[in-house]
Ligand binder design. Structure first.
Ligand SMILES: Cc1cc2nc3c(=O)[nH]c(=O)nc-3n(C[C@H](O)[C@H](O)[C@H](O)COP(=O)(O)OP(=O)(O)OC[C@H]3O[C@@H](n4cnc5c(N)ncnc54)[C@H](O)[C@@H]3O)c2cc1C
Length: 538
């Protein structure tokens, strides 16, 4: 299966060419560092691109303050991580091992060079992405989650980090390491928490504070007016982000939770052209994010848009949940769909504590050797069941219908039917949830027999009844009777993806009549940009 980036251990490294270094010399500055001197602070702004002219650097593990990994960087190599592209803080530090001479290029100047010289950009982006892949796979740097086994907040941070490809590691609350870190960071002993680097406690351990600490939420909401605001960072929004950047539009993507959207919860997408051995949705969309960042598009998360106002034909305000406003000349609605909440008592209490809406590696760890239930008859439910069956003792698919042949792809249905650890229960639904702080069992109504039975399970995946995320459109845009956004001539739009409001476009699953697939979402997000460009520049 394809991955997010190349493998740092085996990739063939290409150094920057002399003409690239020459171009950097014109806009950068030569800085000398003594042995042991800090070049980049962990958690400091990634404001400079550091290219080694002479000497040797080592990456610094933010937790131990010792060398990160085995490699050091010598002449012709550069320091940095993907945070340099996104404008976040540096997840690891760098220190000179011996007296060293570096060429330091300010971030905005380096991004401009990268956009002007594609070959240079390829070399830099390939290494930065590969470093991130290794950091995620080896849990290097980034966040330390203490006590995810006892804290739902910490688990939520873990899920956010996993879905946004932020490196993190977990330590049990009772471990010696947790006690040591608690002492250094001022965490109460035995308490769960999130630490960035070795010393910095993120308090409270919420997604917002984590995003702030890492610089993922960007300081949006100032005077700046973007050409286009893209709301939603699923395949449709990220494809729009790539094209917006490539077309030279100033663009911002606002994402409520994680870049990847629904696709980010799919462990394996097999029907997306160009990936014959499959790719996880998170890796696919993550690649798009890097591509868009390279073109200068910015991403902010978690940033939920809660309302929309139109001030003039070329001026929209999107109100964020924290009360700030972001302004743009055009807006792309790419907010997709989400699964409806089941009308069951205790549901909210058990969300994240046994009731899940995504089936990723992170959730899978809580289901090892357990009985698991999946509600839903579509491809997403089928894929979740296949994925969980790798580690769970048994997976029960619960559907209200008589069968799955009308709602699920044939290849997937056949795999489910022949899987020894999966049972499909047709004409069933959940009648009740049991568990106080953690789901313990569910009561299942069997409509065929009229009986109820109990399934002892600590994981229920809800993947049914997708509803469009359109509440935030504030009545400004025409919706169909199910709440999907109407576009094109049906809405009085001038082009196929324009909504009833000129300058507002909709793409992907949120759009009425769209095919609910990754490829169509990517296609719509890509082609919409030419109409956006005409609106903004016309
Ligand atoms: C488990 C699973 C497996 C799947 N497998 C496949 C497959 O194999 N092949 C295939 O073709 N399709 C598959 N799909 C379907 C595919 O993922 C979707 O069709 C696709 O993701 C739709 O993309 P989108 O960008 O339109 O919307 P989404 O992916 O839904 O993304 C919308 C994004 O908008 C964000 N958002 C929502 N409201 C707001 C707001 N107010 N402010 C800011 N952000 C907001 C959401 O957090 C989300 O990230 C699968 C879906 C699931 C759930």
């Amino acid at each position: 299966m394809e991955s997010f980036a190349a493998d740092l251990a085996t990739m063939i490294r290409r150094p920057l060419a002399p003409e690239h270094v020459q171009a950097m010399r014109k806009v950068g500055q030569i800085v000398r560092f003594g042995a042991g001197e800090t070049v980049q602070e962990t958690g400091g702004e990634s404001a400079l691109f550091h290219y080694v002219l002479e000497g040797e650097l080592e990456a610094v593990d933010p937790v131990t303050n010792s060398r990160l990994g085995n490699a050091t960087l010598g002449p012709g190599q550069f320091f940095g991580d993907l945070q340099f592209l996104s404008g976040g803080v540096s997840l690891a530090g760098a220190r000179a091992l011996v007296p060293s001479e570096l060429l330091c290029v300010p971030r905005d100047k380096m991004l401009k060079l990268m956009s002007d010289i594609p070959e240079m950009s390829d070399i830099v982006v390939t290494v930065l992405a590969a470093r991130r892949r290794r950091a995620v796979e080896q849990s290097d740097g980034g966040l330390t989650l203490i006590g995810s086994e006892i804290s739902r907040d910490v688990r939520e941070v873990g899920s956010f980090a996993a879905r946004n490809r932020i490196p993190y590691r977990e330590v049990d609350v009772g471990s010696t390491e947790a006690r040591r870190m608690a002492e250094v960071c001022g965490l109460a002993e035995g308490a769960a928490g999130v630490v960035f680097g070795g010393r910095f406690k993120i308090d409270p351990p919420t997604l917002q504070s984590v995003a702030q600490a890492l610089g993922l939420d960007l300081a949006v909401g100032g005077e700046e007016t973007f050409d286009v605001l893209i709301v939603g960072g699923g395949p449709a929004g990220v494809a729009a982000a790539v094209y917006a950047g490539a077309e030279g539009l100033s663009a911002l993507v606002l994402e409520d939770l994680a870049i990847g959207g629904q696709a980010g919860t799919s462990s394996r997408i097999e029907n997306y052209m160009g990936f014959p051995t499959g790719i996880s949705g998170g890796d696919l969309v993550g690649r798009g994010e890097v591509q868009a960042l390279k073109f200068g598009t910015r991403f902010a998360m978690p940033r939920r848009v809660s309302a929309l106002t139109q001030c003039s034909e070329k001026y929209f305000h999107a109100a964020l949940a924290d009360g700030r406003n972001v302004s743009a000349k055009a807006l792309v609605v790419a907010t997709g769909v989400q699964y409806r909440k089941l009308p069951l008592e205790g549901l909210e209490r058990l969300e994240g504590a046994g009731v899940y809406y995504a089936a990723t590696e992170f959730e899978a760890r809580w289901c090892k050797d357990a009985e698991v239930a999946v509600i839903g008859g579509g491809n997403s439910a089928g894929q979740a069941a296949m994925f969980m069956a790798r580690t769970a003792r048994h997976v029960h698919i619960l559907v209200r219908r008589d069968g799955l042949s009308d709602t699920m792809s044939d290849y997937l249905l056949q795999r489910l039917q022949s899987h020894p650890k999966i049972t499909i229960h047709t004409r069933t639904e959940i009648a009740a949830l049991h568990g106080d702080t953690q789901l313990e069992s569910v009561i299942i109504s069997d409509h065929a027999s009229g009986q109820e039975w109990t399934l002892k399970t600590r994981a229920l995946f809800v993947m049914a009844g997708a509803a469009p995320n359109t509440d935030w459109l504030s009545g400004l845009i025409a919706l169909d009777d199910k709440g999907f956004v109407v576009t094109g001539s049906d809405a009085g739009g001038r082009t196929p993806y324009e909504t009833s409001c000129p300058g507002v476009f909709a793409v992907g699953d949120v759009r009425a009549g769209s095919v609910k697939r990754v490829a169509s979402a990517v296609g719509e997000g890509s082609v919409v940009m030419s109409a956006v460009w005409d609106h903004v520049k016309g």
